[in-house]
Design a protein around this ligand. Structure first.
Ligand SMILES: NC(=O)c1ccc[n+]([C@@H]2O[C@H](COP(=O)([O-])OP(=O)(O)OC[C@H]3O[C@@H](n4cnc5c(N)ncnc54)[C@H](OP(=O)(O)O)[C@@H]3O)[C@@H](O)[C@H]2O)c1
Length: 333
């Protein structure tokens, strides 16, 4: 059986993904013991995967080698299985391949059977997916947000950010967002119930934050210079939950906070967290998130692109800021 998929041909510069990835066709090997073959229905576009396309060996996982298929989360139907617990016809989510098909080891790929009765299956990449787990964990566990506290979220109009904002509000906090552009800031206030939003592309970020007042929790998706502005506006005993460092991913720069001394001056706790570390708690987290999804309290927008051949355009949105909510590629079935 042939597979059509995106292969890594080199290391991308900035958002020039066209030069670094190629859509190719190759035959699949026969299914090995423990493997499943998935017909991908949807591909999840995740900003963190940009790090896997660099040469960095000191990331939270090794880079993907040049010549390998591009890896990412997929949702689809099992069409063949040699793995215990998985049968033809099962709807699953797994770390698969940006392609028509994913052939993966069920355990190593974190394959998980999904409830086919969930009406909007895009939710498996949104509130019921890794982004949902990450937002809940970062706000509640790492950020230790308490009712009444003021929570600030960066990249707040993106997938992880919108969910962090919503969850902070559901836990009784006052949510604030940082995002690029007036339209995203309007969206965060008017449609996501933020108390206010800071447009980091409009300049004078410090003054905008001063007008907002101090924060108890910073859910940071971005790092970079904005982190310095926030460090000097944190309330004493505040917590910074480091979810991502988006401003570094494509630039080759490293976040190096000039205002690091505020960690001592304000007695802050700064802690990184990483969703695969709590994958074993996925069922518990999903059950909790599902209650909010079921009651209609946890919704999010989707930015859907059709067709495998348009994957790179969809992916670039994460780095140009052209998305609101979760970026997904839907494939022909
Ligand atoms: N720790 C974990 O386990 C975990 C799990 C999932 C995701 N994450 C992290 O969550 C973050 C968001 O990822 P996502 O997949 O949900 O993407 P996303 O938020 O849907 O999209 C990325 C958004 O980031 C903003 N952005 C892009 N480049 C930026 C820059 N240089 N400076 C400031 N903002 C920038 C853009 O919005 P603007 O218009 O606002 O610029 C863009 O819309 C990433 O840092 C990712 O690594 C972490």
């Amino acid at each position: 059986m042939e597979n059509r998929f995106w292969r890594i041909e080199g290391r991308p510069e900035g958002t020039d993904f066209e030069s670094a990835l190629a859509l190719v066709e190759e035959p699949l090997a026969p299914l090995g013991e423990g493997e499943i073959r998935i017909r991908n229905a949807m591909l999840s576009m995740d900003a963190g995967t940009r790090l896997w396309l660099t040469d960095r060996e000191d990331g939270y996982q090794p880079p993907l080698p040049v010549g390998a298929p591009m890896t990412g989360l997929v949702v689809g139907e099992v069409i063949e299985s040699r793995a215990d617990g998985f049968a033809e016809g099962d709807l699953v989510r797994a770390f698969g391949v940006w392609g028509a098909l994913s052939q993966v080891d069920a355990v190593m790929s974190g394959a998980m059977k999904l409830d086919p009765t969930v009406g909007d299956r895009r939710a498996w990449f949104g509130p019921l997916g890794m982004n949902g787990w990450t937002a809940l964990w970062g706000i509640e566990q790492t950020g230790a947000a308490k009712p009444g506290e003021r929570v600030l979220v960066s990249a707040a109009a993106g997938a992880t950010g919108v969910l962090a904002v919503r969850i902070a509000r559901l836990l009784g906090c006052e949510a604030w967002g940082i995002a690029g552009g007036a339209e995203k800031c309007r969206y965060l206030v008017e449609e996501q119930g933020c108390a206010g939003a800071v447009d980091y592309k409009a300049g004078k970020v410090g003054a905008q934050l001063d007008a907002a007042g101090g924060f108890d929790v910073y859910f940071d998706n971005v790092g970079g210079p904005v982190l310095d502005e926030v460090l000097t506006r944190m309330n004493h005993y505040g917590r910074i939950a480091v979810c991502g460092l988006l401003s570094d991913y494509g630039s080759g720069e490293r976040t190096a906070p000039r205002e690091y001394d505020q960690v001592l001056m304000r007695r802050l706790r700064v802690e990184g967290f990483f969703s695969p570390d709590f994958m074993d708690q996925g069922e518990r987290l999903t059950a909790r998130l599902r209650t909010w999804v079921g009651s209609g309290d946890l919704t999010m927008p989707y930015d859907v692109t059709q067709g495998l051949e348009n994957t790179l355009d969809a992916y670039a949105k994460l780095f140009t800021g052209d998305n609101i909510g979760k970026v997904i590629v839907e494939l022909e079935q």
